[in-house]
Design a protein around this ligand. Sequence first.
Ligand code: ASP
Ligand code: MG
Length: 415
Amino acid sequence: MRVFKFGGASVKDAEGVRNLLGIVSQTTGELLVVVSAMGKTTNALERIVETIGQGDKRGVEEQWKDLLAYHQQIASSLGLQLKDVVADDVLGTVMAHRNAKDAVYDDLYDTIVSIGELMSTSIVAAFLNHEGVKAQLWNMPELLITDGSFREAVVNMQASAQQIQHAWHNPYRPRVVIAQGFIGGTDTGHRTTLGREGSDYTAALVANFLDAEDVTIWKDVPGILNADPRLEPNTVLIPQLNYFEAVELAYSGAQVIHPKTIRPLENKHIPLYVRPFLHPEQQGTIIKSAPTEPVNVPVYIWRKEQVLITMRAKDFSFVLEDSLSHIFDVVQRCRLKVSLIQSSAVTISICVDRSRSLQKALQLLGEHYDVTYNEHLSLLTIRGTTPELIERERQGRTILLSQLTRRTAKFVIAG
Ligand code: ASP
Ligand code: MG
């Protein structure tokens, strides 16, 4: 069996869903298709959660109406009735929570934000069946079992593998199965999410559980490029990467694959293809364990909205020896995502993604250290760099911190 993953951009309109049908029907053999929410739906649902938090009932109703109309329009262009394909309890969830001002925020977030994937997969599955491709729709909140750490739920591998294998080995299962990416559920029936952009991770997990032949992530780019084409004019495709290089790229902030995706694949030596959904005949990028041709172009990766936190021990103790574990305890408790670390005798600097728990972390760290921090920074990582390139990239930029290793340069840049 094979696993395909279609992200939001690939199903942002009716044409995208038709294109998905084309790709699925040109594939023979058993297929598990993981689908994200349509277009920017997850962002819209995040705004709805915020609006619920503000107690703005009218605002919630308006935003929800727009989001429904967007899905309704896609469904009807595909010859479907939205109300026939999206269960009432899903539609009712938002309305039921409109007044839930004091609801536990993260729990509410997952209940609402997961609706995006429930709607997209309902439409995709209904359309495939409508077009004669028999497809079964899975409800991942019942199959991908997680703990209750809402917004970044941790998957229970054993329980999930069991559920998913059981569902897959059902003798009545058709060739094609449609499943939501990004969402799961606790064993007490709460919906959870795996962290933004988590659908790739879902695809990798199910591939691992079902010993897939390979995984294909269908994207709106030709494959993995050496830089973001929106930022660099002359990008080139990287045809092959090994798992290690792929993790490094993903972790540095390359948006093409979610950083958690590689591990479940590497464990079972399952190759991962990143291919363009508009040109399914093209090869794209393949990520696999075998040694690959070295990547011989410099690779640029931007990670935006970074915060650089510098700590100095108040009593002049040596930070690295005495405080590292304490600092990382705070990092872990506040679930900060660290993108870079640098230290001197009495200070340590960490660069982290901006997140809601930042203030809390700064307060906890401030109890023990003199803390300074800068916000709205970017981290630029250049892999496979040369001294000339480094010189060029420094020009005209305010660099707060740089880190150089043999082949990689990292700059924390203002703006
Ligand atoms: N729909 C989710 C998001 O936008 C998950 C995903 O796209 O992978 O974050
Ligand atoms: Mg997405």
